[in-house]
Design a binder for this molecule. Structure first.
Ligand SMILES: Cc1cc2nc3c(=O)[nH]c(=O)nc-3n(C[C@H](O)[C@H](O)[C@H](O)COP(=O)(O)OP(=O)(O)OC[C@H]3O[C@@H](n4cnc5c(N)ncnc54)[C@H](O)[C@@H]3O)c2cc1C
Length: 274
């Protein structure tokens, strides 16, 4: 099947893109890498009268550092992050996460912003960004605002963008050289979405401690504050504590789901605390 007819726009500035979104009155959508949106249009699982291609917006393609944080433009591709474009300030974590998303053809076009806005509960960047303490930079008809990643990630295929808003960038603290991280994903075959994902970050210099698990059965990424507290205190994290934490969050996990999520979390926590 092919997508229903749509109007294609390629604005040259952010203001132009926002004006096009406003003019679309809810029927216009941002087109980033098209790796999720275009198949959904073709399968008639999504609809759009107008597609606004953000490929020409220079601001959204930049990676820059200011005031101890790094701003990654929303249309920076997975492949660019895999290749370390803009430099590595996360002790290899972003490179590691990016290189395991789908396969290179998808990574060449798919963008970090597209992944975060699409909010697939099994996607990688929402988990990794929450684990790194990212904030989302948003532009819309009422100006610019910023949201932390927990407030941005609402539900399955749902993020906190209001009508007429778009994600312009992700802002991340850099990790200190002493920081440790682990990113564990279980999936049935190479290139497939993860069935269970766990990301753990501990930066003793900044005090950042994050334990995040994500997947479809969990309904997307969320932090496990009880496990974070144990890591911060340097206390051992038992398997039973991990299972209790997962069950408190999602009581309906079946035995297989519990096993793979608990295993991912245990491996990631062990790796960081070693
Ligand atoms: C075969 C295959 C395997 C995949 N495997 C994985 C995987 O293992 N892990 C993983 O994480 N992902 C995976 N993906 C998804 C991939 O990462 C996509 O690139 C990503 O989900 C969407 O990014 P995109 O840039 O292509 O966005 P698009 O498809 O262009 O857009 C997706 C949605 O986000 C909106 N949007 C995009 N950018 C913005 C913005 N700046 N502001 C507001 N709204 C915006 C669009 O309007 C649309 O609703 C896979 C995809 C394919 C096709």
């Amino acid at each position: 099947m092919k997508a229903p007819a749509f109007t294609f726009l390629r604005p040259a500035s952010l203001d132009e893109a926002l004006a096009a979104l406003a003019a679309g009155e809810g029927e216009a959508r941002i087109l980033a890498g098209g790796q999720s949106l275009l198949p959904m249009l073709n399968l008639r699982m999504a609809a759009a009268e107008t597609l606004i291609d953000i490929g020409g917006l220079t601001e959204l393609g930049e990676i820059a550092e200011a005031d101890g944080r790094v701003r990654i433009g929303a249309r920076v591709t997975h492949a660019a992050l895999e290749d370390g474009v803009g430099g590595d300030r996360w002790n290899g974590m972003l490179v590691f996460v990016a290189r395991d998303i789908a396969y290179r053809a998808v990574r060449n076009r798919g963008t970090i912003g597209g992944s975060l806005c699409h909010a697939d509960p099994a996607a990688d960047w929402p988990v990794a960004m929450m684990a790194l303490g990212a904030t989302m930079q948003i532009a819309g008809p009422d100006g610019r605002r910023e949201l932390d990643s927990e407030a941005f990630s609402l539900d399955v295929f749902s993020c906190a963008l209001e009508e007429g808003e778009m994600l312009t960038a992700v802002s991340l603290p850099r990790l200190s050289p002493a920081a440790r991280w682990s990113y564990r994903k279980m999936r049935k075959k190479a290139g497939a979405f993860g069935e269970a994902i766990a990301a753990v970050v501990h930066d003793p210099e900044s005090g950042l401690v994050r334990v995040v698990a994500g997947s479809s059965p969990l309904g997307g990424p969320a932090r496990h504050a009880d496990l974070e507290a144990s890591i911060a205190a340097g206390a051992p994290v038992e398997d039973a504590a991990i299972r209790r934490s997962l069950a408190a969050r999602e009581p309906d996990l079946d035995r297989y789901e519990m096993q793979i999520h608990a295993t991912c979390l245990r491996r990631a926590i062990t790796e960081v605390m070693r």
